[in-house]
Design a protein around this ligand. Sequence first.
Ligand SMILES: [Mn+2]
Length: 303
Amino acid sequence: MTKTRHATVIGVPLDYGASKRGASGGPAAVRRANLVELLEALGLDVSDAGDLPVPKVAPAAKGKLKNGAAILKVCRELESQCYEAVANGSTPITLGGDHSLAVGSVSGVARAFRDKGRKVGLIWVDAHADINTPETSPTGNVHGMPLAHLLGMGHKDFARLGGFSPKVDPRNVVLVGIRDVDRAEAVNIRKSGIRVFSMQEIDRYGMGVVTEQAIDMASDGTAGFHVSFDIDCVDPGNAPGTGTIKRGGLTYRESHLFMELAADSERALGLDLAEVNPLEDTQNATAVLAAELIASAMGKNIY
Ligand SMILES: [Mn+2]
C-alpha cells in the first residue's frame, strides 16, 4: 500500500452516526476474520492498538447532528492516534464502526503531512456521497456527513477538528462507486468541486480505468492519498453485513482490484474500512471480505 512496512490497526466500535445499531461490532468481526494474521503473512510489522473508547450514551432519536458530542469525542481521539501513527512512519488502518469516524482518521493523516508542508488526497469509495451537512441531512445521521466536514462544510467543530480546515483540496478528492445520492447532496457535490465516478462510469469504462484515474487525481501535487472505504460500496450480494445496502454495487473482483491498484501505486497513506455490521451479516461473510480487502490494499496479490 505504501512504502512503509508498518501498519497500525485501530478499532472504532462506533455506531452513533447511523440509524441502525450494530456497526460497533465491526472491529471485533474483522479481527475474528484473522486480519492481523493476514497482514503479518504479507511481511508487515503490525501494531494492533485495540479499540478506541466510545462513550456510552442513549442514542438520540432526532436532531440535526444526532449524537454529535459523543461522535466528536471519538473522532478527536482517532485524529490523534492516526496523526501519531503517520508521524511514526506507520500506515493507520481504521476498522469501523460507522463512517463518521473518517473525520478523525483523515484529519489525523492530513495534519501529519501538513506538518511537513504536504497536502494529501482522498479517495472515498461508497454507495453514498456522505456529503450532507446538518442543514441538508434528511436524517441527522452523522455518517452521512463526513465528506462535507472534511471539505470544510457543515458543523464547525467537526470541520475544524485538528485545528485547520479544509483537510483536503477538492481537486484531490474522488468519490468512487456512488449510486444513492440525496438531492441536496448532488448540489453539495457540484458546489464542492470534487471528482466523481459513479457506478455508471464504472460500468462504462471499467474499474481498472476508473481506479487509475482516481489515483492520479488524488495524487496530483500531494504526498499520496487516504482511502476511506465504506463496505456498502460492494454489492449486497457480496457484502450483506452493513446498515445501508443498495444494490448495483461493486463486484467481488472490482473491489479487490481497487485495493490492489491502490497498493501498487505505493501512494496510499492510510485506510478506513467502515460500516461492517455483524448484526446484518451472514456467517461473518462481510467481515471476512473486509479483512481480505484490507490485505489487498496492503499488498496481497493473486500471485
Ligand atoms: Mn459512507
